[in-house]
Design a binder for this molecule. Structure first.
Ligand SMILES: Nc1ncnc2c1ncn2[C@@H]1O[C@H](COP(=O)(O)OP(=O)(O)O)[C@@H](O)[C@H]1O
Ligand SMILES: N[C@@H](CC(=O)OP(=O)(O)O)C(=O)O
Length: 801
C-alpha cells in the first residue's frame, strides 16, 4: 500500500509556524508507504523570477534576496550551495543584462531542490527516516526550457529503476516541477508543474492514491479568491477535472489528470491547514451532469487572422497549426467564421508575438497577393470557461452577461458539448465570473444597489431592504446588497453591503460625485446594478443615461425624469432600449398603489383609455376631505396637515398644483401622449399675494387664506364636497391630450366624494368598461407606502436579472 502526497508552496510556508505538514505525513505513514512531492516553499518561485528580472534590469535586489533566504531558512539545514548558485547566476545575469529560459530554469529549480532537502531533513529530525531523491535525475524532458515536455518512456524507466532500489524505504521525498534533458540540463515543467511530477510518479509507481495538499478545502465552483460564494465540489470525474485543469483552474496543472487515467489512480485535493475537510475526489466514478465549475485563463492573447482571399481555399488551417506546432506553440480556443475567411484563436501571451511572426512568415506569399490581409494580437483578454455547460441551457448565463453589459468577444464549445469558453475583456472577467456563477449555481444572485437620497423615503427604504435581506435571500436566492448610499453632500460605500448600523458607518465620507458610484461599481466588478433615486431634485435624473450606459437599471420615486421635456423622456427610453435596461417608477403616481403597472398593461393590451380622473395628491386629499365637511377654518386644517407631516416643508408646493400636474403628465405619457408640463392647465390654489412670501411668513399668515377658501366653500350645495382633481381627456388617439388640474365640487355620494383621510383615487375610463370606470383607491402618500412601492420595483427588477 503506498500513496503519493504532494504539498504546495503555501503548505510548505506554514512549516515556519507549525508542524501540521509533518504530522500529516507521520499519520499517513502509519498505514502506508509514502512518496512525498514538494513544491518550492511559499512564493519562492515568484521571488526567484523577480530577482532574475531585477538582475537583468541592473536593479538592486538585496532586499528580495534577503526575503528569499528568510523564507527558505530552517535551523541546522544547510542550503549554502544552492544560495551560492543563485547568487552566482544573478551576478552573471546583471553583468550581461540578459538571460535565457535555460538559465531561468536552473535558477527556479533551486526552489524545489531546497524545499525537498528541507522537508527530508525535518522528517529525519522527527526520526521518520526519510530518503531524498533528486527528481532532476528521474524526470527526463525535452529542451523546451520553462515549459518542458516530459519524456514518459525514459522517466518511467528511471523511476522504476530508482524506486526498485528503494523498495525497503517507506518514506521518499522529492521536488516537483523540475527535470532535466538527456544532456543533464535542468528544466522546469511550467508553473504549478509539481502536480504533474506527482501525477507521473503516482502512475509509474502505481500507488493506490494521490493526495494533493494545498491551502484551500478542495476544488470550488470558481476560484474562491474571486468568487466568495463559490462552493466546494465533492467529486469530479477525470474528464471534468481535465477540462478544469486545461482551462485554467490553477489549483491543478493542465497535464495533471491524464497520467492518472490509465491506472485509474484516484486524486484527492485536501487542505493542509484544515484536516477536517474531505476535499474533492477526482476519480473514474461517474458524476451527475451539469455545470461543475468556472475557470479563467489569464496571460493569454487572441490572435486574429484575417484574409478574404482565402475563402474556400483548402489547407489554410493546416498551414496555420502546422507552423505553430513546429514552434511548440499550443492553441487553446479556436473560432472560425464561415462566410468570410477569419480565424480567431487563443495562445499563451508570451507566445503572441512569436505567433504573429511565424504566421507572417508562413503566409508571406499570401500577404503579397492580398489573400491574407491582417494578423493582429489582442492582449486585453481572458478566457472564462464554464465546465460542464451544454448549449441547451447556455442562453441563461449568456443573457445574464449581456444584461450586465458584458458581451463576449468570441465563444465556442467543446466537441463533447460539455464546456463553453468565452473570450472576455480582461477588465470584465471578475464581474463575468460573478454574473455567471450567480446565474448557474443558484446560490444567491447578488443585486447591487446604489441608493441616492436618504431623506424620509430613502431612509425608510434602506431600513426595509436591510430588514428583508436575509428572508429574500432565503426565499428568492437574491442578495440585495446596498453598496452605496448618497445624499446631496456625500456618498458612502460598503462593498459587502450596509447593515442595520448604516447610519453610523459614515465615518469617511467621499465627496459626493455621482460618477464615483459608477467608478466604484467598475472598480469592484459589481454586477446586477440598480440605481435607486429617492431625491426630488433635477440633478440626478439628468444623469440617468450615464448610469444606464454604465450598466445600471433605474428605480425612482423621483418624478422629474418623466416630466422634463418630451425629448428628454424619449431619449431616456432610447438609451434604455439600446442598453437593454429598465426604469421602474411605480411610486411616481399614487405612491404604493399599483397604478402605472395597470395603466401600462391596459394600454399595451390595446384597451383604449378614454379618460383618467382622480385625486392624485394625498396631501390635497386630506385637506379638502376635512375642509369640506368639518366646521373648521382652512388655516386650521392646513396647520393640522403640516403638523402631521403630510405636506411638503413649504405647503405651497402642494397647493400650487404642480405636483398633481406632474403626475397627470406621467400618466398621459404612459398613453403615448406627447404633452409637455407647460401645456397643462393648472389651478394654483395659492392666492396671488401669498405667492412671493417666504416659507415662515407664509406659515405665520395662514389665517389670511381663510376668506378665500370660505368663499369657495360657500358655493357648495349641501350634498357637495370639494376635491382637487387631475383630469386627462380629449381625443386620446391623437398624440396630445387635454390635461388639467382643478378644484371641483362633487356629489358627496360619488366615488370621488366618498374619499376620506389622505387616500388617493384614480378613475380609469376605457372603451370596454364604458362609463363604469376601473377604480384604484387607497393610501397614496406617506414614506412607508412609497418606500414599499420603491422596494417592489427593486424586487421586480432583481427577479428579471
Ligand atoms: N476552482 C478552484 N477551486 C479552488 N481553488 C482554485 C480554483 N481555481 C483556482 N484556484 C486557486 O488555486 C489556489 C491553489 O493552488 P496553488 O496556489 O497552486 O496551490 P499550491 O501552491 O498549494 O499547489 C487557490 O489559492 C485558489 O485561489
Ligand atoms: N513552485 C512552482 C511549482 C508548483 O507547482 O508550485 P505550487 O504547487 O505551489 O503551485 C510554481 O510556483 O509554479
Amino acid at each position: 500500500m503506498s500513496k503519493v502526497l504532494k504539498f504546495g508552496g503555501k503548505s510548505l510556508a506554514s512549516l515556519h509556524q507549525n508542524n501540521d505538514l509533518l504530522n500529516i505525513i507521520e499519520s499517513y505513514l502509519r498505514t502506508s508507504s509514502l512518496i512525498v512531492v514538494v513544491s518550492a516553499i511559499g512564493n519562492t518561485t515568484d521571488l526567484l523570477l523577480e530577482l532574475l528580472n531585477k538582475a537583468k534590469n541592473n536593479q538592486a535586489y538585496s532586499e528580495e534576496l534577503k526575503t528569499l533566504k528568510e523564507l527558505n531558512f530552517y535551523p541546522k539545514i544547510d542550503t549554502t550551495s544552492h544560495f551560492q548558485l543563485i547568487e552566482n547566476i544573478l551576478q552573471g545575469v546583471s553583468l550581461i543584462q540578459d538571460y535565457s529560459t535555460k538559465v531561468q530554469d536552473l535558477l527556479l529549480a533551486q526552489g524545489e531542490l531546497i524545499s525537498s532537502k528541507v522537508v527530508t531533513e525535518l522528517l529525519t529530525q522527527k526520526e521518520l527516516n526519510a530518503v531524498f531523491v533528486d527528481s532532476t535525475q528521474l524526470i527526463k524532458t525535452d529542451a523546451y526550457f520553462s515549459a518542458a515536455n516530459v519524456n514518459e518512456t525514459l522517466t518511467e524507466l528511471n523511476t522504476k529503476e530508482v524506486f526498485s532500489k528503494l523498495s525497503d524505504k517507506k518514506l521518499i521525498v522529492l521536488g516537483g516541477f523540475i527535470g532535466s534533458t538527456i544532456d543533464g540540463e535542468i528544466t522546469t515543467l511550467g508553473r504549478n508543474g509539481s502536480n504533474l511530477t506527482a501525477a507521473l510518479i503516482a502512475k509509474f509507481t502505481e500507488v493506490e492514491e494521490f493526495l494533493n495538499f494545498t491551502h484551500v478545502d478542495g476544488i470550488y465552483t470558481a476560484n474562491p479568491e474571486w468568487v466568495s460564494s463559490a462552493k466546494r465540489i465533492e467529486q469530479l470525474n477525470y474528464s471534468e477535472a481535465n477540462e478544469l485543469a486545461t482551462f485554467g483552474a490553477s489549483i491543478l496543472h493542465a497535464k495533471t489528470i491524464v497520467p492518472l487515467i490509465e491506472k485509474k489512480i484516484p486524486l484527492r485535493i485536501l487542505n493542509t491547514l484544515n484536516p477536517e475537510s474531505t476535499g474533492t475526489l477526482i476519480s473514474s466514478e461517474p458524476t451527475p451532469n451539469g455545470v461543475k465549475s468556472l475557470t479563467v485563463l489569464q496571460n493569454v492573447a487572441l490572435i486574429n487572422f484575417h484574409g478574404k482571399g482565402l475563402l474556400g481555399k483548402v489547407g489554410v488551417d493546416a498551414r496555420i497549426f502546422t507552423a505553430l506546432a513546429k514552434n511548440n506553440i499550443s492553441v487553446s480556443v479556436i473560432s472560425q467564421g464561415s462566410s468570410e475567411r477569419g480565424l480567431g484563436f487563443v495562445v499563451n501571451a508570451n507566445d503572441a508575438v512569436a505567433t504573429k511572426q511565424i504566421l507572417e512568415q508562413e503566409f508571406a506569399p499570401d500577404f503579397y497577393t492580398k489573400d491574407v490581409e491582417n494578423i493582429s494580437i489582442n492582449n486585453d483578454i481572458t478566457v472564462v470557461s464554464i465546465i460542464g455547460q451544454d448549449l441547451k441551457s447556455f442562453h441563461k448565463p449568456y443573457s445574464a452577461l449581456v444584461k450586465n453589459g458584458i458581451v463576449p468577444i468570441l465563444f465556442n464549445n467543446s466537441i463533447s458539448g460539455k464546456n463553453i469558453s468565452l473570450i472576455i475583456e480582461k477588465s470584465q472577467f471578475k464581474k463575468a465570473l460573478h454574473v455567471i456563477h450567480g446565474q448557474i449555481f443558484g446560490v444567491n444572485k447578488t443585486v447591487n444597489l446604489a441608493i441616492v437620497g436618504k431623506g424620509t423615503v430613502g431612509s425608510v427604504l434602506i431600513d426595509q431592504i436591510i430588514a428583508s435581506r436575509t428572508p429574500i435571500a432565503e426565499r428568492k436566492n437574491i442578495d440585495l446588497n446596498i453598496f452605496a448610499i448618497a445624499n446631496s453632500k456625500s456618498v458612502y460605500f460598503n462593498n459587502n453591503g450596509f447593515d442595520e448600523h448604516w447610519t453610523t458607518e459614515f465615518n469617511t465620507p467621499n465627496p459626493n460625485s455621482l460618477s464615483s458610484i459608477i467608478d466604484y461599481a467598475k472598480e469592484h466588478h459589481l454586477e446586477n446594478l440598480i440605481l435607486v433615486d429617492n431625491t426630488a431634485a433635477e440633478s440626478l435624473p439628468k444623469r440617468y443615461t450615464e448610469f444606464i450606459d454604465n450598466g445600471f437599471d433605474i428605480v425612482s420615486s423621483n418624478k422629474i425624469a418623466n416630466t422634463l421635456s418630451f425629448e428628454f423622456y424619449q431619449n431616456l427610453r432610447e438609451t434604455l432600449k439600446k442598453n437593454q435596461k429598465h426604469y421602474l417608477y411605480e411610486t411616481n403616481v399614487g405612491a404604493g398603489l399599483p397604478l402605472i403597472d395597470n395603466i401600462q398593461l391596459l394600454h399595451l393590451s390595446g384597451e383604449s383609455i378614454t379618460k383618467i380622473k382622480g385625486v392624485f395628491s394625498g396631501t390635497l386629499s386630506f385637506i379638502f376631505n376635512k375642509f369640506s365637511i368639518e366646521e373648521k377654518p382652512f388655516s386650521e386644517v392646513l396647520r393640522d396637515a403640516v403638523s402631521k407631516g403630510f405636506t411638503e416643508p413649504d405647503p405651497r408646493d402642494d397647493l400650487s398644483g404642480t405636483d398633481v400636474a406632474r403626475k397627470l403628465l406621467i400618466l398621459a405619457r404612459e398613453l403615448d401622449l406627447q404633452n409637455e408640463l407647460e401645456e397643462i392647465d393648472i389651478q394654483n390654489l395659492i392666492p396671488e399675494d401669498f405667492q412671493s412670501l417666504t416659507v415662515s411668513e407664509f406659515l405665520d399668515q395662514l389665517e389670511g387664506l381663510n376668506d378665500y377658501y370660505n368663499r369657495i366653500k360657500q358655493e357648495l350645495e349641501p350634498n357637495e364636497v370639494l376635491r382637487y382633481v387631475g383630469e386627462l381627456s380629449g381625443d386620446l388617439q391623437q398624440n396630445k391630450g387635454v390635461l388639467e388640474t382643478k378644484l371641483i365640487k362633487v356629489d358627496k355620494n360619488s366615488p370621488l366624494g366618498q374619499l376620506s383621510g389622505s387616500d388617493s383615487i384614480f378613475e380609469i375610463y376605457t372603451e370596454s368598461y364604458g362609463d363604469r370606470p376601473i377604480i384604484i383607491q387607497g393610501a397614496g402618500a406617506g414614506a412607508n407606502v412609497t418606500a414599499r412601492g420603491v422596494f417592489g420595483d427593486i424586487l421586480r427588477l432583481a427577479e428579471k436579472k
